[in-house]
Write a protein that binds this ligand. Structure first.
Ligand SMILES: C[S@@+](CC[C@H](N)C(=O)[O-])C[C@H]1O[C@@H](n2cnc3c(N)ncnc32)[C@H](O)[C@@H]1O
Length: 341
């Protein structure tokens, strides 16, 4: 498959949001908010972000990582010491490095599948193919397939697949081609992705996954509240970059995220805004450490921004392994992200 050279304007702009996200993650890593030894390979022009942005990414990444760790540990049987094999499906993964981090920590799941537009996976495959620490971790020096031209990598544990998430037939074909197993416990990650799609497309995707995956956790992070003054300004800023939040009117609130999941094949769902998550669900000790990293006095804006982002989770649990799944209230069972010295 060749990489399309002509992109529809807004698709190209949406793809560029990936670069922005990775620059912000690297900014956090360099300041010590969290550790990620791999993000450096995916950023061409590093830039230090404002304390407001850094703290926002810290809260996003810390909460999402906690949910992922919890999923990976679910179903652990203390008697046998075994945990059921699991898979991750990362939608619109961009240059996310989570698989590399999990693999280097020795806790990667049985399968980790990333999907994005071919233009993005093409660039990601090129980077992975040209950086020794990345392709060695993937075992690509010993086997597996990498086709940077088409943006496809297939190894036993990790797959990178080009597909447009609005085209469910193409997505299904891509997943089937690498032996995606719908019956395995699956963690679906959508970090700032569905909101760029029209609601009819993202609803269809949520429905399709909800119907096919009997044991799964869907974790979504994105913007909400488009209608108050701050929300209107946020929409204008994003629209001016050419990538409007086409889906935000369909899921403008916490309640609408829950309702969308419940109406589309998911047994349970909940949604919280990032103010609540930061206040009540992040490890207090790690938060204190992060809060000392930079001088910070923009509290009013901080709360406004955090109120306009949410994490929604949905669960299908035919095996009964996610009974207590979710972010815990402020307490000590958090596994803090390893932090840079
Ligand atoms: C803001 S970036 C987020 C990247 C990554 N999830 C992260 O948080 O670091 C949005 C990503 O979603 C991808 N995306 C948006 N719409 C998509 C679609 N219809 N099909 C495939 N990927 C899509 C973009 O190409 C981009 O890489």
């Amino acid at each position: 498959m060749s990489t399309p050279t002509v992109l529809k304007g807004s698709d190209a702009a949406v793809q560029n949001t990936n670069d922005d996200a990775q620059i912000s993650k690297l900014s956090c890593v360099r300041l010590g908010y969290f550790k990620d030894d791999f993000i450096q390979y995916f950023v061409r022009r590093a830039s230090r972000r404002s304390p407001l942005i850094n703290r926002g990414y810290y809260s996003r990444i810390t909460a999402l990582r906690h949910l992922l760790y919890q999923f990976l540990a679910a179903g652990h049987d203390p008697a046998t010491g075994s945990t059921p094999p699991k898979q991750v499906l990362s939608l619109g993964a961009g240059f996310d490095t989570t698989w590399f981090q999990l693999q280097s920590e020795g806790i990667a799941p049985a399968r980790y599948i990333e999907v994005d537009f071919a233009e993005v996976t093409h660039k990601k495959a090129n980077i992975i193919g040209s950086k020794e620490p990345l392709y060695k971790l993937l075992g690509l020096d010993k086997g597996g397939e990498i086709d940077a031209e088409s943006g496809r990598i297939v190894t036993d544990q990790y797959c990178l697949l080009p597909a447009d998430l609005r085209d469910l037939k193409a997505l299904e074909a891509a997943l089937t081609s690498v032996g995606f197993q719908p019956e395995l416990p699956t963690f679906i990650l959508s970090e700032c992705v569905l909101v760029y799609m029209r609601s009819q497309d993202s609803d269809a995707l949520v429905h399709w996954l909800g119907r096919r995956l009997p044991t799964a956790v869907f974790v979504l992070y994105e913007q909400i509240k488009p209608d108050d003054a701050f929300g209107q300004q946020m929409l204008m800023n994003i629209e001016s970059r050419g990538c409007p939040l086409l889906g935000i009117r369909g899921t403008p609130s916490l309640e609408s995220h829950v309702a969308r999941f419940r109406n589309n094949g998911w047994q349970r769902a909940e949604a919280k805004d990032m103010n609540t998550i930061y206040r009540d669900h992040l490890d207090p000790q790690d938060k204190r450490r992060a809060e000392r990293l930079e001088i910070f006095d923009e509290f009013e804006e901080w709360h406004l921004i955090q109120e306009h982002y949410c994490i929604a989770t949905a669960i299908n649990d035919t095996q009964g392994i996610f009974r207590n799944y979710g972010l815990p209230e402020n307490e000590s069972i958090h596994k803090p992200l390893p932090c840079a010295d």
